[in-house]
Design a protein around this ligand. Structure first.
Ligand code: S3P
Length: 429
């Protein structure tokens, strides 16, 4: 691949099952590798990002049997990892490099973590600072800002850490390091980020408690292996929700979607825009709420303002929300989302640039953007910026444009959603 054409369509219908959740798949590999014994992960996401976590733990001596969407992980215990013989390449995955930094901070050997060009431009000081306070020796490129990161861990002490930003990766990194201390680590965040670590770690036997925006973990306990079933990823489902809302007469049923309340901001915001979204067959899978989601096209989405505490609960959905905004009546304003500037790409700049090519009026703010909705997007040649979620968002924009939209560097979708274009084609043909 590297360019894909998407045609404007009048039809978008179907029943789909999105790929397994990326955040949960990473955590299943991490926690199972650190447990004492053998655990099974079912419905594991096979995509480049989660394979970066598999590769990392294999480099640290963990045996992972690969049965496609099922993994059998022979956990080595918190203290059973071995020094890697080479630099660990975390690919494009921020979750891999940041959570792994927390684990390696607790281990008394030398390791170096790096990644692709995008990852080597992403901020690491946010984890280096608390992990250094805990006693790890960490240095990184550009005055300790960016990967590669070199870590010599061990001998950690617990800390009480007030995070300056809401970030599940930072929170999880400090909590993983906390497992290696004899004492109580406290992490608090300014707004709630996704809480998958807090839900999953106690089921492995960790002593962890949540009180409002504060998480407390007492270290020194071993983790027990566990069988985990990963639900579908709401962040991947979101592309199909918005596609159904912007193609008139469209209808989709999205099966097996994780609806953890720290991840459902996109549903709340789309409903505020006038969307009809129904959650059916609500159930629980491996400690996470799951539902089938029915979504029906609407004749008029309304612009919204999005800011404040809701932002972390749809942090990965802003690119696709921008497409809904581009087709809504009025001016949508997104503020308080400065974290978008340090994702796989600068997503504020990327969405502003690409939507303008399709005839949409967009203004950038340091912490967000404003988008004036229009009845008809103009087909254009657009760019993914090497970012999976920009590629998929622009494909959905293409479905509602007046001709053929070409997306360059479209293979980026393989980071989280291999098979995305085939699934889109299945609903629109
Ligand atoms: C993730 C946390 C979020 C999110 C990322 C996955 C995780 O990042 O954007 O895609 O699995 O913990 P931040 O922690 O940087 O907000």
């Amino acid at each position: 691949m590297d360019s894909i054409e998407v045609k404007g369509t009048k039809r978008f219908r179907g029943e789909i099952t999105p790929p397994p959740d990326k955040s949960l798949s990473h955590r299943a590999v991490f926690f199972s590798s650190l447990a004492n014994g053998v655990g099974r992960v079912s419905n594991f996401l096979r995509a480049q990002d989660t394979e970066s976590s598999m590769h990392a733990f294999r480099s640290l001596g963990v045996k992972i049997e690969d049965h496609g969407q099922e993994l059998i992980i022979h956990g080595k215990g918190l203290h059973g990892l071995t020094e890697p013989g080479d630099v660990i390449d975390c690919g494009n995955s921020g979750t891999t490099i940041r959570l792994l930094s927390g684990v390696l901070a607790g281990n008394p050997f030398f390791s170096v973590l790096t990644g692709d060009e995008s990852l080597r431009g992403r901020p690491m000081a946010r984890v280096i600072k608390p992990l250094t306070q805990m006693g790890a020796l960490i240095t990184a490129r550009a005055d300790n800002k960016y990967p590669p990161v070199a870590i010599k861990g061990g001998g950690l002490r617990p800390i009480s850490y007030a995070m300056p930003m809401a970030s599940a990766q930072v929170k999880s990194s400090v909590l993983l390091a906390g497992l290696y201390t004899e004492g109580t680590t406290v992490v608090s965040e300014p707004a709630r980020s996704r809480d998958h670590t807090e839900r999953m770690l106690p089921s492995f036997g960790a002593d962890l408690k949540v009180d409002g925006l504060t998480v407390t973990l007492t270290g020194g306990r071993n983790l027990n292996p566990l069988d985990i079933v990963v639900p579908g990823d709401i962040s991947s489902a979101a592309f199909f929700m918005v596609a159904a809302l912007v193609v008139p007469g469209a209808e989709v049923l999205i099966r097996n979607v994780g609806i953890n309340p720290t991840r459902t901001g996109i549903i709340t915001v789309l409903e505020r825009m006038g969307a009809t979204i129904r959650k059916e067959n609500i159930r629980e899978v491996s400690g996470e709420p799951v539902a089938d989601i029915y979504c029906k096209g609407t004749s008029g989405l309304r612009a919204v303002e999005v800011a404040g505490d809701i932002v972390p609960s749809l942090i990965d959905e802003f690119p696709i929300l921008c497409i809904a905004a581009a087709r809504a009546e009025g001016v949508t304003i997104i503020r308080g989302a400065e974290e978008l500037r340090v994702k796989e790409s600068d997503r504020i700049q990327a969405m502003a640039t690409e939507l303008r090519k399709m005839g949409v009026e967009v203004h950038e703010f340091p912490d967000g953007l404003s988008i004036t909705g229009t009845d008809q997007l103009r087909a254009a040649e657009v760019e993914s910026h090497g970012d999976h979620r920009i590629a998929m968002s622009m494909a959905v924009a293409g479905l509602t444009a007046d001709g053929i939209t070409t997306i360059h560097n479209a293979s980026a979708v393989a980071i989280s959603f291999p098979g995305f274009f085939e699934m889109i084609a299945g609903c629109s043909s």
